[in-house]
Design a protein around this ligand. Sequence first.
Ligand code: IMP
Length: 430
Amino acid sequence: MPNLVVVGTQWGDEGKGKIVDLLTEQARMVVRFQGGNNAGHTLVVGGEKFIFHLIPSGILHPGKVCCIGNGVVLDPEVLLGEMERLVARGVAVGPENLRISERTQVIMPYHRRLDQARERARGDGKIGTTGRGIGPCYEDKIGRRGIRMADLLDEAGFRAKLAEILPEKNFLLEKFLGDQPFTLEEILEPYLEMGRRLRPLVTNVSVLLEEAVRRGENILFEGAQGTHLDIDHGTYPFVTSSNPVAGSACVGAGIGPQHLHRVLGIVKAYTTRVGGGPFPTECRDAIGDHLVECGVEFGSTTGRRRRCGWLDMVVVREAVRLNGLTGLAITKLDVLTTLDPVRLCVAYEVDGRRRETMPATLEELSRCTPIFEDLPGWREDIRGVRRFEDLPAATRSYLRRVEELAGVPLQIVSVGPARDETIMLQNPFA
Ligand code: IMP
């Protein structure tokens, strides 16, 4: 059976949560493979709103196993909080539906403090991180001084690692960033206690996936953030510290590339970004306000107002290439209703020349101006539409043009936040 990776094609917040939730019906396992609680999925199910930062949205489906892979950075306090909130709302959470890799890196209190203190120190040049300790945790992973889930289950080993790491962290916090240090004791016991509570969920996720593959069960890999926040391929340094591209699912979950069969790219019908960094199609006018208001573009993690602009097909085409997309899902199409014309950025102009790909430097990207194609808008309410043929002619033309520019089949169109406000053109698993 085919396995599917779902990724964001822009700067995150494309509405992946709803699409993953829909496709979970066809999967046995849903796996997160990168990022941490910098992500946030808002789901509307049965009129009830759920926000998740760490737990895959598949948790709302009975009979599915959600996994947090080794590529994730996990804040145990946040995870336990999400579990408690789910249980309070009647959703059972335990080893039968949630598993964590023993190799998953743990976000420690000093990671959060370092993240926030560094951002303060950067002043106007700040990245605009979510302040959740994501970057410092990945730094420690690569620096070979990270704490992994398995360490929280081994008291003596954890104490020894912490004793080795803390002096350096405290030196940085106190002497370089002018912040408060930590004592070993204030971290040790609370983290051991969280380790005890999470122990039943901790396992070798790679082995679980191998077993699922052998049984012929479908696996859904749920990417967080988006392609242009990728540490290698994004708008560096205004990026996150992980690889949200599809290939990262292999490393971050512990599975070989031959088991990733399909890649669905989620494209919001316009572009948004939170935090700093260049954004060629940004609209700092009434159109931007329309997109923020109608699209409710406020971060589900930090509550920040998102920067909004027209759909940028240079950005999407990069995502097609970098992820090897096999299909597209367009989300929040209803937000464009009443805008006329609807604009599509088809290329950039820089130094009098046309450019079809994203430049590597921020300096050049900030000089790129969009070349727009204007298409007729539509005024009809499309939220009730369930078949492509029933969409207004202008809406269909817009979608077909996006598909043509991307060079990848359009498989899903989302016309509203609820699960059923969806038009299925093709099954992304097929
Ligand atoms: P960090 O991931 O907290 O280190 O933040 C780095 C950059 O990625 C900042 O610009 C954040 O706003 C952005 N970012 C991180 N996670 C998300 C997300 O889930 N959606 C949108 N932007 C994100």
